[in-house]
Ligand binder design. Structure first.
Ligand SMILES: [Zn+2]
Length: 84
């Protein structure tokens, strides 16, 4: 798969397994088995000091960076040119 073939879901699936935005993450398991996780450990971000496969191999940081860039790009595309 090339980066041109990747869909938004593909980028989100490279986030931390504990990130609730990851469609292939541990959302259901977290709800059932880890209801007492400390506040802030689980949410729309990587788990603190996480060593899941995505965090361990650096995929989480790269996916977060690409998602940020895509948001910036979407914003820029919708800007209208300045006219005098
Ligand atoms: Zn992780």
């Amino acid at each position: 798969m090339t980066i041109e073939d990747m869909k938004t879901e593909d980028f989100y699936s490279n986030l931390c397994y504990y990130d609730l935005r990851n469609p292939r993450g541990l959302k259901e398991i977290i709800d059932i088995y880890l209801p007492d996780e400390e506040d802030g450990d689980i949410g729309e971000h990587a788990k603190k000091d996480c060593s899941c496969d995505n965090c361990f191999y650096g995929r989480t940081k790269l996916a977060e960076h690409i998602i940020d860039l895509r948001e910036i790009l979407k914003y820029i595309i919708h800007l209208k040119p300045i006219t005098n």
